[in-house]
Ligand binder design. Structure first.
Ligand code: PLP
Length: 387
């Protein structure tokens, strides 16, 4: 295999050197942050400094950051530990599996869940607000969809929810948007926000949950009282240190990184339309997230294209990494895309380490694979396909 081209940054990202160095530092300074000697107190102080930096990176003026094991745990905590008995929840039909599965479990426990459907590819704020009544305890939406990159205007949504009822908690799954788009939890009136370190060039097994009102969250894990008694257990110090290094780098360079991702995305589309590949459908909206492109090469089954590209050193995916082994994409279905488009969709996602110069080769390899597969399957565009 030749050069490795990693274009699956929505699944995970390669850690920054400084994130790896920070984790290594914690392996050497192995003390338990709850201990009382100087070395341990130093670790505990660093953990608190990182918490402050994480708060600052989202503009939080009140509330706290809870360290978790990742986006999935943060989302499950927000949904399970903020909702009270008898309360209902509003979410959308194209959330990440962490939200959908947690909601289905809540339904089994007797909570009512409203799933708002996208209209013309978008979640409409008015449709969410239409579901908000006195029984609603929580509204949960993903900021950036992990498969297609659609963005929900969380600022407008937060304001609309609070206008209707300020007691309702607003949770945002920001796993795909944190440090890609600017987020201000005060302006967007966000109460809970889920973050994952491995999506921002940190390491796996670490995440964060922003909590505006810790007193409204039930204890998640009982034990020694760490994390303000909400999530006990000795801290994942290497993961937290790496998260701190990654968020510091990402926050400092937010605008530059976003611009870099936007340039890659625009250049990729430019090269694609200049190529000889026909019958291509771009499923991501023009104003979508800067790092995600979902594209269908009609007549080319996603899995076959993925493996052909893999053989040429190119790593992309067919949708969410967590559900890569499941056939149907809930997101593409919720967007109402025809089966031909859904079955041939791949997700290309850019990251800090990608360079414009590598995109020409990637397009050339896609072109060659698509031609080869279409000639084997004797592809002919369906006349009645309206895309
Ligand atoms: N939410 C979204 C939008 C995601 O893309 C992912 C991961 O792909 C998650 C949640 C889960 O995050 P983690 O892998 O940190 O558990």
């Amino acid at each position: 295999m030749g050069i490795e081209r990693y274009l699956d940054n929505a699944a995970t990202t390669r850690p920054y050197e400084r994130a790896i160095a920070a984790a290594q530092e914690a392996f050497s300074a192995y003390y338990n942050p709850s201990a009382v000697y100087k070395q341990a107190v130093e670790i505990s102080k660093r953990i608190e400094e990182i918490r402050k930096k994480a708060r600052a990176s989202i503009g939080a003026k009140q509330g706290t950051i809870l360290y978790t094991s990742g986006g999935t745990e943060s989302i499950n905590t927000a949904l399970n530990h903020a909702l009270r008995k008898g309360q209902s929840l509003v979410t959308t039909s194209y959330e990440h599996a962490a939200t959908i599965q947690a909601c289905e479990a809540l339904e089994r426990d007797g909570h009512r869940v409203h799933y708002v459907e996208p209209v013309d590819g978008r979640i409409r704020i008015e449709d969410i607000i239409a579901c908000v009544d006195d029984t609603i305890g929580l509204v949960s939406v993903m900021h950036v969809n992990n498969e297609v990159g659609n963005i929900v205007d969380v600022q407008a949504l937060g304001k609309a929810i609070k206008k209707k009822n300020p007691r309702i908690l607003f949770h945002v799954d920001a796993v795909q948007s944190y440090l890609k788009l600017k987020i201000d939890v005060e302006a967007a009136m966000i109460d809970l926000m889920s973050i994952s370190a491995h999506k921002i060039h940190g390491i796996k097994g670490t995440g964060a949950l922003y909590v505006r009102h810790p007193e409204r969250l039930r204890t998640l894990i009982h034990g020694g009282g760490q994390e303000q008694n909400l999530r006990s257990g000795t801290e994942n110090v290497p993961g937290i240190f790496a998260f701190g290094a990654a968020l510091e780098a990402g926050h400092e360079a937010l605008e530059r990184h976003t611009e870099h991702l936007q340039t890659l995305r625009a250049r990729f589309l430019e090269l694609l339309s200049a190529s000889e590949i026909k019958d291509v459908v771009v499923n991501s909206p023009e104003d979508g997230a800067p790092h995600i492109l979902n594209i269908s090469f009609l007549g080319v089954p996603s899995e076959i294209l993925l493996h052909s590209l893999e053989a040429r050193g190119i790593m992309v995916s067919s949708g969410s990494a967590c559900s890569a082994k499941k056939k149907a994409s809930r997101t593409l279905e919720a967007l109402g895309l025809p089966a031909e488009v859904r079955q041939s969709a791949i997700r290309i996602s850019f990251g800090y380490w990608n360079r414009e110069a590598e995109l020409g080769d990637v397009i050339a390899e896609i072109e060659s694979c698509v031609k080869q597969i279409r000639s084997i399957t004797k592809y002919q565009r369906k006349k009645d396909l309206n895309v």
